[in-house]
Design a protein around this ligand. Structure first.
Ligand code: PMP
Length: 427
């Protein structure tokens, strides 16, 4: 469960320990480490879980359930047998779910570009013809969402994350008053980076709040829908149904992929939405492609068999990942637990641990870590334009390195957090 108290800089005794901490840091540097906690990539051990995919579907196997030849053109919506599996997992009707290429980020980018060029159902004009477009960005959030906005000239305004997802009242106030607000980014399950899960109440509020823009959309990026780290498997709120019930059936655009299920570079991405949005998206999709890689769809459908096959597969990921996340949290508890210089999340799923350090010291922590051979995601990465106004948030990604390296790196990070806090207090 994510925690959400603010670190008190009330660690004056830390300043007294400055010399000790400097010595500990010098020892750390002397170890000549070369460790990396930057990007949320699966480890080789996780990729090995899907090694059998490389032999699928196998020479001689290319016919889909409906009799079509997966080697040929066509099938724009993706292979029905794979869509059925993920429709069940994502809680959406099969005919409202598309299976596409290897990256959901591409589908998000395409959606925004198409909205800019053509408008979405309900738009008065293409978004690019508006004087200004604004997206609401919950922070800390996913850097690549913000990068899409930045590249395409979309203004970003931030709202805080809470343990139940984005601060729904803050979002509702912005969306109700400002017709330039066309979009909201949401990672509903095990959010990147804070691990929070959108509650049913927050989901209801977001899909039902009045919007000044008639074509306001929620980009519901369910990247970690089935990526549980504990036996307590969070269930994502059913945003499409809730939006339809609330009388805003076209408000939610849902994305997911198998990037962190099978192969990060060669998985399958999904898009789900209302019938009107799906047909709008498909119309433009059909101009840019004659059809997706259905052989990869068949490979995945054969590998999983059914939705339970995906769930079982994710339990194997969990066995690999849970000890790494436990190590991160245990070391933070142990080293910083009573220091008052940081707070951190205890995610039940996803790929990240979010740490808030003493305001004004996040960049310093990253620099200290770097100079001790530990690569951390740059401070500010979880905010639009890479600007954390409080210079406080760090995103840790423990999935990729082996467990013993995660331990060593985290112990080092704890030293850097303490030293940066002590320096700040002493100065
Ligand atoms: N959304 C979120 C929230 C992510 O954390 C990531 C991966 N880091 C992605 C999307 C990227 O997904 P894909 O590989 O399907 O493009």
């Amino acid at each position: 469960t994510p925690s959400s108290t603010t670190p008190s800089a009330g660690a004056a005794d830390l300043a007294a320990r400055l010399d000790d901490l400097r010595r500990a840091y010098a020892d750390l540097q002397a170890r000549g480490l070369k460790l990396d906690l930057t990007r949320g990539k699966p480890s080789a051990e996780q990729l090995d879980l899907s090694e059998a995919l490389l032999a699928l579907p196998g020479a001689g196997t290319h016919t889909a359930e409906d009799g079509s030849d997966t080697r040929n053109y066509g099938g724009l919506a993706g292979l029905p047998e794979l869509r059925r599996i993920f429709a069940e997992l994502l809680g959406v009707p099969v005919d409202q779910l598309l299976a596409q290429g290897n990256a959901s980020l591409t589908l998000m980018y395409d959606t925004v570009v198409q909205a800019l060029l053509f408008g979405v159902p309900g738009s008065e004009r293409p978004w690019s013809r508006e004087e200004q477009i604004t997206f609401v960005c919950p922070v800390p959030g996913y850097d690549r969402h913000f990068a899409i906005c930045e590249e395409l000239g979309i203004r970003m305004v931030t709202v805080p994350m809470t343990p139940d997802g984005p601060d729904a009242e803050a979002v509702a106030a912005l969306v109700a008053d400002d017709p330039t607000v066309k979009g909201l980014w949401v990672v509903p399950t095990y959010a990147n980076p804070d691990g929070s899960v959108v509650s049913e109440a927050v989901a209801r509020r977001l899909v039902s709040m009045p919007a000044a823009a008639p074509d306001f959309r929620i980009f519901w990026d369910n990247a970690y829908a089935v990526h549980h780290l504990t036996e307590h498997e969070a269930k994502s709120a059913n945003a499409l149904d809730l939006a339809a019930e609330a009388g805003h059936p076209d408000r939610v655009l849902m994305y997911a992929s198998t990037s962190k299920i099978t192969f990060a570079g060669s998985g399958v991405a999904f898009f789900a939405s209302s019938p009107a949005n799906v047909s709008w998206f498909t119309k433009h999709l059909g101009i840019r492609s004659i059809g997706p890689d259905k052989i990869n769809h068949l490979r995945h459908a054969t590998f999983f068999g059914d939705a339970e096959g995906v769930r079982n597969h994710m339990r194997k990921h969990r066995e690999i990942l849970a000890p790494k996340f436990r190590a991160v949290v245990d070391i933070l508890d142990e080293r910083l637990g009573d220091s008052g210089v940081a707070t951190w999340t205890r995610p039940d799923g996803g790929y990240f641990v979010s740490v808030d350090v003493v305001p004004g010291t996040a960049a310093r922590v990253v620099q200290l870590a770097k100079e001790a051979g530990i690569a951390l995601t740059p401070a500010g990465a979880t905010f639009p334009y890479h600007q954390d106004p409080d210079d406080r948030n760090l995103r840790l990604a423990p999935t990729m390195p082996p467990l013993d390296e995660v331990r060593v790196a985290m112990d080092g990070v704890a030293t850097c957090i303490l030293l940066a806090a002590a320096e700040a207090t002493a100065s």
